[in-house]
Ligand binder design. Structure first.
Ligand SMILES: Nc1ncnc2c1ncn2[C@@H]1O[C@H](COP(=O)(O)OP(=O)(O)OP(=O)(O)O)[C@@H](O)[C@H]1O
Ligand SMILES: [Mg+2]
Length: 262
């Protein structure tokens, strides 16, 4: 069983207002992602990258087709169940960090656990550990506005990791960063794949960043036009080291949690 599987995914916007005004953002995408893969998605602006990522992460419901995460069809979940899966099994990283300004960094990072009913002390401990992982432990008690963009993004990555999700989805996480900070953020994402057996799907405009991923997917006009394994990319080494699905079901991901938040 694949960790993540998309079958004939389509997304149309605005069709209700009349076919002529509708936008077909994604047109029949089939995709399988295995645990431990580092996948980059590139393509021109408007080619459907974000829309695809949002459907894979259960943020946007497809017009047709389906997404299976760890074998669960997201379409059968109601909104509350979907929110739960998003919180527990999917980590999101956005271009604009999306940290809450009134909370400290460690409170931001622990928030997914607090929302999930984990005690404050356990959430705090897990958040501090996640911040250590991204090299931000020393800034845990600062507010986001006291941090640089690169630091905020590393904090956002810690937040994405704190619940030990099955997959981290990152939409142009380096889009607002200079080249040095971009390099650090991508190295961090690469390392969580290699060192922690995580799965990362990264949307980027930067071919240099896409070249670091073990697998590179290119989109055009709502379709996947190429899907290549990059044998010499650092991310690929770990795909072969990735946890294998256990016989009898399950991805093995839960059993190899590093941070026992719950
Ligand atoms: N909420 C929406 N309502 C209407 N149209 C939308 C919506 N979201 C996206 N679109 C359209 O769908 C198409 C794909 O958009 P999407 O954001 O997925 O592209 P993208 O590849 O992520 O582009 P970029 O590189 O600029 O971020 C575009 O034509 C866009 O205008
Ligand atoms: Mg986009």
């Amino acid at each position: 069983m694949s960790l993540l599987r998309a079958e004939n995914l389509e997304k149309a916007f605005g069709v209700a207002a009349g076919a002529a005004a509708g936008v077909q953002a994604v047109r029949g995408v089939d995709l399988e992602v295995e645990a431990g893969q580092f996948v980059a998605i590139t393509g021109a602006s408007g080619s459907g990258k974000s829309t695809l990522l949002h459907m894979l992460g259960g943020i946007t419901r497809p017009t047709s087709g389906r997404v299976l995460l760890e074998g669960i069809d997201l379409a059968v979940l109601d909104d509350d169940q979907l929110a739960l899966v998003r919180r527990r099994r999917i980590g999101f990283v956005f271009q604009r960090y999306n940290l809450l300004p009134e909370l400290s960094l460690v409170e931001n990072v622990g928030l997914p656990l607090v929302l999930d009913g984990v005690s404050e002390s356990r959430s705090d401990a897990a958040a501090r550990e996640a911040l250590e992982t991204v090299g931000m432990g020393h800034r845990a008690d600062h507010r986001p506005d006291a941090l640089s963009g690169g630091e905020q993004q590393r904090g956002a990555i810690a937040r994405a990791l704190v619940a030990s999700p099955a997959v981290v989805l990152a939409d142009e996480p380096t889009g607002a960063l200079d080249s040095e900070n971009s390099r650090r953020v991508v190295e961090l994402l690469r390392r969580i794949v290699t060192d922690h057996g995580q799965t990362v799907i990264l949307v980027t405009h930067d071919p240099g960043i896409a070249a670091l991923a073990g697998r590179s997917i290119r989109m055009n006009d709502g379709r996947i036009i190429s899907d290549m394994t990059q044998a010499d990319a650092p991310g690929q080494l770990l795909a072969s080291n990735a946890p294998r699905p256990k016989p009898g079901g399950g991805t093995g991901h839960r059993s190899q949690r590093k941070r026992g938040g719950r």
